[in-house]
Design a protein around this ligand. Structure first.
Ligand code: COA
Length: 374
């Protein structure tokens, strides 16, 4: 391949952003200038969502107003609830997530209004309603009654309530909140770039987020948290981990939850998520996955010098919290809607159609022969 082809846009800077900064050299990630680790320890998920969408952390009054707006927008239409209930039970929940955001676009009165105010209103609605639709499918596919959202509950509490009918301990809610904060935003990753590319044709936010969900689904991106759990299930027990990982590496397999396009010496989000993975393992009195985690991680670093990414500790944490494996990436969606929305609004504010070039390597120019001459 010739040098002027930048396959995978490797190393190409395509635009400016004020939303987040990934700094692989110092293993750091900031949202609007705040270190993500600091946000995890000092803020709830709603505060960070507000920061990503509004550029500043909220004061008490602004946070209260933001939470109220989310609570008031949580209900989905009867139409959407029925659609979710009638989706094939075997559907992948990421396909359901993609479809429900698309349906919300059909129902939203502002769909074709791309003004900043309308985009913010739509972002809030998508952010508030998507958990309700995902939780509805979580229950409906098991033949259980759909639990409507409840006011006066935080984002994470309400999601657990809609999925399980009860709210876990404060420590579990905090661990879930932390995972959402870590998943909320990550500069020009593939799904965000997809959202910005769709936006660049002046399309609408529902279309851009629908496309972004399709992109996030892939195992090289968000789908990795699900793939990590399948790998852990294959390994089964800590005693098998060493043999399994060595054999996978001997066979030159890609080990899910490891490696990153930007971070080459460790993902800035991993130490925080590892801490909460450990806490959840302790609360649940189940250290099996933690032991497998440690063995696989040390072999990957020792043999390949490849470090875990955030999906590696997040996958087993969600499993221990009781979520079905195929719901891990949809949970990622619930959080990343904030980052995507901010990028969509940023793209609209200073838009330039995204249209790269390609190097043609097909057949040389040729003439069409008439059928009886071929
Ligand atoms: N397991 C085994 N080897 C890996 C690896 C992994 N998870 N990640 C990277 N490598 C190896 C590649 O095989 C390649 O080796 P080679 O040079 O001998 O061919 C080298 O490291 C460079 O990897 P490459 O795939 O070219 O880097 P990339 O920047 O294009 O890819 C990812 C980054 C994320 C796609 C890649 O690391 C991956 O597939 N990881 C697993 C999926 C995952 O966890 N995704 C979530 C990301 S947050």
């Amino acid at each position: 391949m010739s040098d002027d082809v930048k396959k995978g846009l490797l190393g190409i800077v395509v635009d400016e952003t004020t939303i987040s900064q990934v700094m692989p050299d110092i293993n750091s990630l900031t949202y609007r200038g705040y270190a993500v680790q600091d946000l995890c320890e000092k803020c709830c998920f709603e505060e960070v969502a507000y920061l990503i969408l509004n550029k500043e952390l909220p004061n008490k009054t602004k946070l209260k107003k933001f939470k109220k707006a989310l609570e008031e927008n949580r209900n989905i239409t009867i139409n959407l609830r029925e659609i979710v209930k009638h989706m094939p039970k075997r559907s992948h929940p990421m396909d359901v997530a993609r479809t429900v955001v698309s349906v919300m676009g059909l129902e939203d009165k502002d769909t074709n209004n791309n003004s900043p105010a309308a985009n913010m209103r739509k972002a809030i609605r998508i952010f508030a309603k998507t958990p309700t639709a995902i939780a509805a499918f979580f229950r409906a596919r098991k033949g259980k009654n759909v639990i409507p959202p409840k006011k006066n509950l935080g984002f994470s509490e309400n999601f657990f309530y809609m999925c399980f009918g009860k709210i876990p301990s404060k420590e579990i809610i905090k661990a879930f909140d932390v995972s959402l904060i870590l998943y909320a935003e990550h500069s020009f990753n593939v799904s965000t770039f997809t959202a910005r590319t769709i936006t660049s044709s002046l399309s609408d936010i529902h279309s851009a987020i629908t496309g972004a969900i399709g992109s996030l689904k892939g195992p090289l991106h968000g789908g990795a948290n699900e793939a990590v759990m399948h790998m852990m299930s294959k390994i089964k027990k800590p005693e098998s981990a060493l043999k399994w990982i060595n054999s996978a590496l001997d066979k030159k397999e890609v080990v899910m939850g490891f490696g990153h396009r930007v971070y080459k010496k460790g993902d800035s989000r991993v130490p925080t998520m590892e801490k909460y993975f450990k806490k959840v393992s302790k609360i649940k009195n189940d250290k099996k996955f933690l032991k497998i985690y440690d063995i696989v991680k040390s072999v990957m670093i020792e043999r390949k010098d490849i470090y875990p990414n955030v999906d590696f500790p997040t996958g087993p944490t969600y499993h221990l919290m009781g979520f079905d494996t195929d719901f891990f990436t949809p949970i990622f969606v619930l959080s990343r809607i904030t980052g995507w929305s901010a990028h969509i609004m940023e793209q609209h504010a200073a838009n330039k159609l995204i249209r790269p070039l390609s190097k043609y390597s097909g057949e040389k120019h040729r003439k069409v022969m008439l059928l009886n001459q071929r």
